[in-house]
Write a protein that binds this ligand. Structure first.
Ligand SMILES: NC(=O)c1ccc[n+]([C@@H]2O[C@H](COP(=O)([O-])OP(=O)(O)OC[C@H]3O[C@@H](n4cnc5c(N)ncnc54)[C@H](O)[C@@H]3O)[C@@H](O)[C@H]2O)c1
Ligand SMILES: [Mg+2]
Length: 307
């Protein structure tokens, strides 16, 4: 779809005709749907929907993956009838996420985070009155005092610490057995990204970050929807002795380039105990921790920046 835009400059006004890119057109349409209830209702007539029950999406199992079928507006059915009719079942996202394609995983994570936010913001925290959702679900309004509530995300930093030749990986007791990851932690209110990285690394492993470099970010649906902000960091030379915080971590250690590269090549990690121990493995491809570790393996010096 093409659009024409009008541009007005001071004193001299003129019209320019420019074909907007598909991305810009789509973005503006979505933005309009957030604000215009009538336009949104109209779009719903022809829209495609994912179905959820108690925050679990309706999925179909196919070999080693899950498919997330989309549906047009449906008549209201009970859960068992819905599952029979649509040849699928409502499955927890935690179980299915890594067996979905990237597009479905991303859309389902966003949808679930939004549904969870609406569920937790049914009432105005000022007046105690029920809040009302707009048609798009992009905000809730308190009818008595007009306060608008927008969906929120929690920022979390995730940092792959390196000493130049090795990288530091850790595990919490809640992780699947044998899995190690980069250090992660919730940002405190008022903190910058850099401050949060420095504090988390100091808190969890007792080390001081010297330099850090932003890598990428990702929406992460667990436990309640977070914005994961991923960084590489180096510690001060000669200061590599780990002082682990036992309240947060079960284990933390330096790993060589070879050890990490070998673990990264294992597509299907073994969760089975071997000789009384669980083999070392890394987070799955979809997790930003995996991308950070892969970046480091491909370019171990990526976190070493000029001073
Ligand atoms: N996508 C990935 O690759 C990846 C990898 C590792 C961790 N993670 C995610 O990072 C998140 C944070 O990691 P962590 O658990 O080590 O954090 P953390 O080190 O900050 O420790 C968690 C503790 O911090 C406190 N806390 C402070 N602010 C909080 C908030 N807003 N919400 C919840 N708890 C808060 C609580 O006491 C909680 O027990 C986890 O939820 C995990 O799912 C994602
Ligand atoms: Mg942590």
């Amino acid at each position: 779809m093409s659009l024409y835009c009008g541009i007005t400059r001071r004193r001299k006004s003129f019209w320019c005709c420019r074909l907007l890119s598909t991305y810009v057109t789509k973005t503006r349409y979505l933005s309009e749907l957030k604000e215009d209830d009538d336009a949104c209702k109209k779009a719903q007539q022809t829209g495609a929907f994912y179905l959820f029950h108690n925050l679990a999406p309706l999925l179909q199992k196919s070999e080693h993956q899950y498919l997330a079928p989309q549906h047009s507006l449906l008549a209201s059915l009970q859960k068992p009838e819905m599952e029979t009719e649509l040849k699928g079942s409502f499955i927890g996202l935690r179980k299915a996420l890594f067996q979905l394609n990237v597009k479905d995983a991303s859309l389902l994570s966003t949808a679930q985070a939004l549904l969870r936010w609406h569920d937790a913001h049914q009432f105005c925290s000022r007046s105690g009155q029920p809040t009302k959702k707009n048609v798009a679900g992009s905000k809730r309004v308190c009818p008595s005092n007009k306060i608008i509530y927008y969906p929120q995300m929690t920022p979390v930093v995730i940092t792959l610490v390196s000493d130049g030749t090795r990288c530091l990986l850790a595990r919490q007791s809640s992780f699947p057995k044998g899995m190690y990851s980069a250090l992660a932690g919730f940002c405190d209110i008022g903190e910058s990204l850099e401050e949060a990285v420095r504090r988390e690394v100091a808190e969890e492993v007792g080390l001081e970050v010297e330099r850090l470099q932003y890598s990428a970010s990702q929406h992460w649906p667990f436990p309640n929807g977070a914005l994961m902000i991923a960084c590489h960091a180096t510690v001060k030379p000669g200061q590599t002795e780990i002082q682990m915080n036992l309240r947060e971590l079960e284990a933390a250690a330096w790993f060589s380039h070879d050890e990490v590269a070998t673990a990264l090549r294992k597509d299907n990690p073994s969760y089975q105990q071997q000789n009384g121990a669980f083999p070392f493995w890394l987070p799955p491809k979809l997790a930003i921790a995996h991308q950070l570790i892969k970046e480091w393996v491909e370019k171990p010096t990526c976190s070493i920046l000029p001073a």
